[in-house]
Design a protein around this ligand. Structure first.
Ligand code: CA
Length: 435
């Protein structure tokens, strides 16, 4: 694992951008996530930037105004043109080289600071956009505690289906409705209470799912699987992902072909892609509980066993319309950790391509709901309310089983470990609008 660590992770590094040195900043100089933005309110093409503290370093201006070491302007060129996907397609050596250059440029003592100071924009003035056009979107089901809890609601005697510990379960989702945070309109759809005639109307069991999004950088040719040894090299980075879910639509429609309209009305991601390089200090061994089967050889590698898992702390926050009116802050509903995923990112890539399926630059893989082992660590209201039977009480006295109109759900994530500087993924917020 230590071979993933380099000078860019040095905990002693500080930035000349003062806000990046705050202990609770998501974006210290050790992080350097990339995203796309334009000046808020401006009618201009998108450009790419790096989040640093509470600022964005505009890479179009940075290419124009600042000197860079040999080879770096070529790496910055697609980013200056607003084409993050073109940079994502370049592969890990290019990603590492740019990270090293940005780290040096933004670190305290950088001799290009006087140029780059002119290229900063407060994040509050940046209107973020999706990092790229989302190609295909696949959602997995790696959260074993989520799978167990949801399985128990339906099958108390055998909550996990026999395939769960052998096959990374997933389905093909819908890319067109992947957005950044903002409004989500309560979906209408067909539902049926047991024994009744189906009914069409607004979903009464609207929910969120706390997930990570994995962004594919380098794709593979159709018919050419990606082996485990190369699988993680294909992944550019990670964002938060909220897989909005209409449980009542899902319950009626999902058999026999799986999720459809219960899921495809909205998926939200956070705007800054945190690279796998930035996550290096937060890699952990992939382990299996005693008695569980070890993965088949095509899902196993030395690297995966050594450091395949991600130690990312995840949180869900809720603020209702009434809480906003009363001036009450958002309430944290749950917290969990990506270490509870049953499969690693590399295993998801290796499995997805194992039949020859081709992934492409800009494809998005959802991890599935990442719940912790305790009831209060559920990554969805379905879990926290025990299928709608145990309402949660909120500040101000309201209760919730599922989401109501005006509710704002915010997902947050960060990494913290001894000997490393805390980095964050930022957040994604969505507010429920009436049907
Ligand atoms: Ca999901």
């Amino acid at each position: 694992m230590n071979r993933l660590i380099d000078a860019t992770h040095d905990p002693a590094l500080r930035s000349w951008v003062e806000s990046a040195n705050a202990p609770d900043s998501d974006f210290p100089v050790q992080n350097l996530p990339l995203g796309r933005f334009r000046l808020a309110g401006a009618d201009e093409p998108l450009r790419c930037g790096v989040a640093i503290g509470d600022q964005v370093l505009d890479l179009q201006l940075a290419l124009q105004l600042s000197p860079w070491p040999d080879g770096v302007p070529e790496l910055l060129a697609p980013l200056a043109a607003g084409e993050l996907a073109a940079f994502m397609a370049l592969g890990r050596p290019a990603w590492k080289a740019l990270r090293a250059a940005l780290s040096a440029a933004l670190a305290e003592g950088s001799d290009t600071a006087p140029f780059l100071e002119l290229c900063l924009l407060p994040q509050a003035q940046a209107a973020m956009a999706l990092p790229c056009r989302v190609g295909d979107y696949t959602d997995f089901y790696t959260g074993i505690h989520h799978a167990l809890t949801v399985g128990k609601l339906m099958r108390p005697d055998h909550p996990l289906l026999p395939n769960y510990k052998w096959v990374p379960i997933g389905y093909h989702g819908r890319a067109s409705s992947v957005t950044l945070g903002g409004p989500v309109t309560r979906p209408r759809g067909q539902t049926r209470s047991s024994g009744d005639t189906p009914h069409f109307g607004p979903s009464q069991r609207l929910d969120y799912e706390l997930e990570l999004g994995l962004w594919v950088g380098v794709g593979n040719e159709l018919g050419t699987p990606v082996p485990m040894a190369q699988a993680e090299e294909r992944l550019f980075g990670v964002t938060l992902l909220n897989d909005w879910s209409a449980r009542d639509l899902q319950g009626w429609e999902y058999q026999p072909l799986g999720p459809f309209l219960a899921k495809n009305f909205s998926t939200m991601v956070s705007p800054w892609i945190v690279s796998f390089e930035a996550l290096a200090p937060f890699r952990r061994p992939f382990t299996r509980p005693a008695g569980d089967p070890q993965p088949l050889p095509y899902l196993d590698s030395e690297f995966n066993r050594e450091a395949g898992a991600l130690d990312i702390r995840l949180e869900v926050w809720l603020q209702t319309a009434r809480m906003r009116e009363l001036g009450l802050p958002a309430q944290r509903l749950s917290h969990s950790n990506a270490l509870d995923a049953y499969w690693t990112p590399a295993q998801l890539v290796a499995h997805h391509t194992s039949n020859g399926c081709n992934l492409a630059t800009g494809d998005l893989l959802g991890t599935g709901t990442l719940s912790g082992p305790l009831p209060a660590q559920g990554g969805s209201l379905l879990e926290l309310s025990a299928g709608g039977r145990q309402p949660l009480t909120l500040p101000g006295g309201e209760t919730r089983t599922f989401l109501e109109d005006g509710d704002t759900v915010t997902l947050r994530a960060f990494c913290a470990a001894p000997g490393a500087v805390r980095i964050g993924l930022g957040s994604v917020s969505g507010t429920v609008l009436p049907a």
